[in-house]
Design a protein around this ligand. Structure first.
Ligand SMILES: Nc1ncnc2c1ncn2[C@@H]1O[C@H](COP(=O)(O)OP(=O)(O)OP(=O)(O)O)[C@@H](O)[C@H]1O
Ligand SMILES: [Mg+2]
Length: 244
């Protein structure tokens, strides 16, 4: 279990980015996190995967402060950045995909097979030997998601995973998200595009001004969206998916 306990982030200019936020993030759960621009969603995500140091409070993984975990948590908590280009490591698409599994010390053949699967599933085969810098925005996002999917992380955070994707790209990413949950991994999807995923969510969380405003099963929470400056998608929750 991943947990934020009284997590507070104060920027140098005094702005409070996270205000004593406490929440639990379970493995084998699909959580959708939403909230107005600037609510602190991406900042929370960066804390959960150890990229930021809290001003006070802590992030705990299975009860241990992540600052005390040797080697860090990046192999266990995966984060697909809002700006996919910020997390490309490899010189080629194939190399980039291999990086995560390599951290696990998997056999060469196993890595090759995982990379091939990911290339096929995310329709990146034609770009396997390309420099990631040459990919389109949507291709880059598919690469970032694919890299996290095959990394083996126990908890995966995807920050605006549907942005700049065409309908087929959205379906691929949705499939990948559902597969992650089926594998027993925890998934947090940070998004404004609730109509694409909410049908599959176990829990909906709304952030406002650095705090957790409300959370619960989507059916109980969805009516409160307008109160936090958000739009409630039309129709029943069961229709809020882009899977056909
Ligand atoms: N260096 C900084 N100094 C002061 N405030 C900052 C700094 N960096 C970020 N912020 C503020 O922190 C807040 C939280 O930002 P964050 O990126 O987490 O928002 P978000 O919920 O992800 O928004 P969006 O939906 O637009 O992605 C914002 O109001 C932002 O202006
Ligand atoms: Mg953000």
């Amino acid at each position: 279990m991943l947990e934020a306990r009284q997590l507070t982030h104060r920027f140098d200019d005094g702005t409070v980015g996270l205000d004593a936020l406490s929440a639990v993030f379970a493995f084998n759960e699909l959580l959708v996190l939403t909230g107005e621009n600037g609510a602190g969603k991406s900042l929370l995500a960066r804390h959960l995967c150890g990229l930021q140091r809290p001003t006070s409070g802590a992030v705990l993984l299975d009860g241990t402060d992540i600052r005390a975990i040797r080697g860090g948590v990046h192999s266990q908590i995966g984060y697909v950045f809002q700006d996919a280009e910020h997390q490309i490591i490899g010189q080629t698409v194939r190399e980039d995909l291999a990086f995560g599994p390599q951290q696990y010390g998997l056999h060469h053949a196993e890595i090759e097979s995982r990379v091939l699967q990911a290339l096929e599933r995310f329709e990146l085969l034609a770009h396997a030997e390309s420099d990631p810098q040459t990919l389109s925005g949507g291709e880059l996002r598919r690469l970032a998601v694919a890299a996290i999917v095959i990394s083996g992380a126990r908890y995966v955070i995807l920050d605006e995973p549907f942005s700049s994707l065409d309908p087929r790209g959205v379906r691929e990413v949705l499939h990948a998200i559902l597969q992650l949950r089926q594998d027993g991994r925890g998934v947090m999807v940070v998004t404004h595009e609730l109509e694409k995923i909410l049908a599959h969510a176990d829990r909906l969380m709304i952030m406002a001004r650095g705090s957790l405003a409300t959370q619960g099963v989507p059916a109980q929470i969805i009516g409160q969206l307008p109160r936090f400056g958000l739009r409630r998608p039309a129709g029943p929750i069961g229709t809020m998916t882009w899977l056909s």
